[in-house]
Design a protein around this ligand. Structure first.
Ligand SMILES: Cc1cc2nc3c(=O)[nH]c(=O)nc-3n(C[C@H](O)[C@H](O)[C@H](O)COP(=O)(O)O)c2cc1C
Length: 140
């Protein structure tokens, strides 16, 4: 079982309703727990940034489902690779809401103070998620 990490960005689609994010999280946590997938989802009402960690086969299968989900669009793979250990193993899917996305932190990891994962490298996006997770008291 090879352990991998995948980070992608996406943009909300018109079909995303306010209840959708809560439903996505609830369903994701239950599915990911069954599949030993861990990760974080960051959302600021416009963009999603998600990191998935787990076995290569399971992360790839999940990413294919995520690619065909019409609740978001313009899905861009920021990084993918084998890892030796998980960074977000505590969370079946930790959530970082808009209120926790602090300007100083986005400034530190990108060229702009507004959160826009399309403007970030895969390494910066991953480092931003790790920093936001450190500073967000409750992720689940
Ligand atoms: C931004 C976003 C993130 C998602 N993250 C996950 C996830 O971590 N795990 C998951 O199972 N589904 C996730 N989904 C939902 C999947 O796209 C898909 O609807 C779901 O996996 C289907 O599950 P099912 O086969 O149990 O019906 C996500 C969807 C969106 C839009």
């Amino acid at each position: 079982m090879f352990l991998v990490r995948l980070v992608y960005a996406s943009r909300v689609s018109d079909s995303l309703s306010t209840d959708d994010v809560a439903q996505i999280l609830e369903h994701s946590r239950s599915n990911n727990r069954s599949n030993d997938i861990s990760g974080l989802l960051c959302f600021n009402h416009e963009y999603f940034l998600q990191c998935l960690e787990g076995s290569r086969a399971r992360v790839n299968a999940l990413y294919q489902r995520i690619l065909s989900d019409t609740r978001h669009q313009d899905i861009l793979l920021l990084s993918y690779g084998e890892i030796t250990e998980r960074n977000f193993g505590r969370w079946s899917m930790g959530y970082i809401p808009a209120s926790s996305i602090i300007r100083e932190t986005t400034m530190r990891f990108s060229g702009k103070s507004e959160f826009n994962p399309y403007e970030m490298t895969g390494d910066s996006a991953h480092a931003l998620l790790a920093e936001l997770a450190r500073n967000t008291p409750t992720l689940e």
